[in-house]
Design a protein around this ligand. Structure first.
Ligand SMILES: [Zn+2]
Length: 237
């Protein structure tokens, strides 16, 4: 999961902080800051990308929307329909999960062949259980065997992108030149699933740095100069 930085509350042309009248009004600014990808599964999306409330605006058991959550810039991310519907309106205690805007979520999970996402084995048992809770909350463990819903293509997409990234790496090893490296970055931007590319190219610092700079909103302070993930300042991981 790509760690992101949504930045401060956007301002208008006079430099005043924008008060969003409806949360949907924040969508354009969020796309500008975070790119057109789901903040959880990293699927590339355009029109179906929704403003996601980290803490649900109307949690389970509540009769009306909580306004300070509904319109709070710091509570917004972007989510695809699958992540959004799996996460639903479950009221969350933030510290029980990892969040792409607070933690170095790239350190929290391991992406492996076939696009499988598991908690990183380098974490302590306590942090692994948070990683697992985060996977369950967003349904990142769903695959055709445990998820009969054909509309949820997240796992299938990850498997496809994994193969595309592996092929790109093989071609690069045979034919390594700068333009081709840039072309791979363009392919990554078009297909998204940044974490998969970061995993497949983990031995290539130059490519890691290109990926880190390629998408809007990637939290660059989560990586060292060679593209290796670092503990996020003030994050749990
Ligand atoms: Zn998603």
């Amino acid at each position: 999961m790509r760690p992101v930085n949504r930045g401060p509350i956007p301002t208008d042309e006079c430099g005043n902080e924008i008060n969003f009248n409806e949360y949907q009004d924040a969508r354009g600014k969020l796309i500008e800051r975070l790119g057109e990808t789901c903040s959880y599964c990293e699927m590339h999306l355009d029109s179906s990308l929704a403003v996601e409330h980290v803490k649900p605006k109307k949690p389970e058991g509540s009769n009306e929307n909580i306004q300070e959550r509904e319109l709070d810039w710091h509570n917004f991310l972007l989510a695809c329909v699958n992540c959004n519907s799996t996460k639903s309106n479950k009221d969350v205690i933030l510290d029980d999960y990892f969040w792409p805007d607070k933690d170095n979520t790239f350190r929290a999970f391991t992406y492996s062949e076939g696009g499988i996402i598991t908690p990183s084995s380098e974490l302590s048992a306590e942090l692994q259980s948070k990683a697992n809770a985060t996977i369950k909350l967003t349904g990142l463990d769903k695959h055709p065997l445990n998820n009969p819903k054909a509309s949820d293509r997240r796992w299938i997409n990850r498997r496809e992108i994994w193969n595309i990234a592996v092929q790109a790496k093989e071609r690069l090893s045979r034919n390594d030149y700068d333009d081709f490296r840039e072309q791979i970055v363009d392919t990554m931007t078009g297909h998204a699933y940044w974490s998969i590319w970061m995993t497949v190219f983990r031995d290539d610092s130059d490519m890691l740095n290109r990926f880190i700079k390629a998408l809007a909103g990637t939290a660059e302070d989560c990586f060292d100069h060679s593209g290796m993930p670092l503990q996020r300042p003030e994050g749990q991981v």
